[in-house]
Design a protein around this ligand. Structure first.
Ligand SMILES: Nc1ncnc2c1ncn2[C@@H]1O[C@H](COP(=O)(O)OP(=O)(O)OP(=O)(O)O)[C@@H](O)[C@H]1O
Ligand SMILES: [Mg+2]
Length: 313
């Protein structure tokens, strides 16, 4: 089977806690923190493992926070390929306020990567087998510019890796400039920013997706549309997949679950429709649980089977 590697350049050790009330100055007594791995590519690899697949997560680690992060991933069955860096892995904080139900998410800057440290990642990718899948997901840390990302992607493609990208803003633009990606998954807002205009109706979204396909920037685009599912486009097809109404608890992790599921389908050689159905199923499955939980195989299969009923009728 096709090997899957995810790359996360700005991972985090996420901690979650609850407090009764939020107020300034005084001490806010909190519950014992719960730790979880964080970062786009890391969550994509976790989602793949939740769905019964195999993935390696490649990311920098520094200091005790980094070791804690790598241990948590290993416990979950994700192969952690952690390259040591000087700066300590960042720690993000999620606070749930019980009296109001509010969520506060404190996001620190990623740990800085030096030029030498960044090159370690390029060297590691150079050792991956031709034809394998590389998922680049998440933000860029201090020390890494879009030109570095472009270089890494060019090198990866030159040696025959199929690249999947889920990021935003200048990093997304830079990846598409390299061209010929295997898959890109913007949400509607990210796509609008990319094409530099408002996308106010479904036809405008479809036109924008077709535009980047025709320009040869990517072989496939999946525009995720939250509760409305997703629009998948390649050079021959356009599919809209709408999930069944679900009782949404939290949308955190929906995008990463979706990318994980679609990556697994690409690794299996699935076609565009099957890939996006499984992606929408996993994304919606992730919303069924409170907090930061990713998709489960059981929920994903249930929604996927529902979405496939159209074929039988
Ligand atoms: N409220 C919802 N109800 C049902 N499904 C949802 C909902 N929100 C998201 N999803 C599912 O998850 C997929 C990805 O969600 P979304 O479009 O919000 O991605 P995203 O903006 O990249 O998310 P993230 O914030 O995780 O990066 C959707 O295509 C859909 O299948
Ligand atoms: Mg997203």
């Amino acid at each position: 089977m096709t090997q899957i590697t995810t790359l996360t350049l700005a991972p985090s050790l996420d901690s979650a806690t609850t407090t009764d009330r939020m107020y300034a100055e005084g001490k806010l007594r909190c519950s014992a923190p719960q730790f979880e791995p964080g970062g786009g590519g890391i969550n994509v690899a976790r989602a793949i493992v939740h769905l019964g697949g195999k993935a390696s997560a490649l990311f920098p680690i520094g200091g005790p926070t980094g070791r804690h992060l790598a241990d948590l991933l290993t416990e979950e069955g994700v192969t952690a390929v952690a390259l040591e860096t000087h700066d300590w892995t960042r720690q993000n904080l999620h606070v749930h306020v019980e009296s109001t139900g509010e969520q506060y998410r404190f996001v620190m800057p990623g740990a800085r990567l030096t030029v030498d440290e960044f090159q370690l990642f390029e060297r590691h990718l150079a050792g991956l087998p031709q034809g394998s899948l590389l998922v680049i997901s998440g933000s860029l840390p201090p020390g890494v510019g879009v030109e570095n990302l472009r270089h890494l992607l060019r090198e990866a493609q030159r040696q025959g890796l199929q690249c999947i990208v889920d990021t935003s803003g200048p990093a997304l633009r830079a990846c598409l400039e390299v061209g010929n990606l295997a898959l890109v998954k913007p949400n509607q807002k990210e796509l609008a920013e990319l094409v530099n205009r408002d996308l106010i109706d479904p036809d405008a979204v479809r036109q924008a997706a077709l535009e980047i396909i025709r320009q040869g920037k990517t072989q496939r685009v999946v525009v995720s549309l939250g509760p409305q599912g997703a629009l998948a486009v390649d050079k021959d097809n356009v599919f809209q997949v709408v999930p069944p109404p679900v009782k949404k608890m939290s949308t955190v992790g929906a995008g990463d679950s979706m990318v994980g599921a679609m990556t697994q389908k690409l690794a299996d050689g699935a076609d565009l429709l099957d890939m996006v159905r499984y992606g929408v199923a996993a994304g919606s499955a992730a919303t069924l649980h409170k907090g930061t939980r990713l998709c489960t195989l059981k929920d994903t299969r249930r929604i996927y089977d529902y979405l496939r009923q159209d074929d039988v009728i």
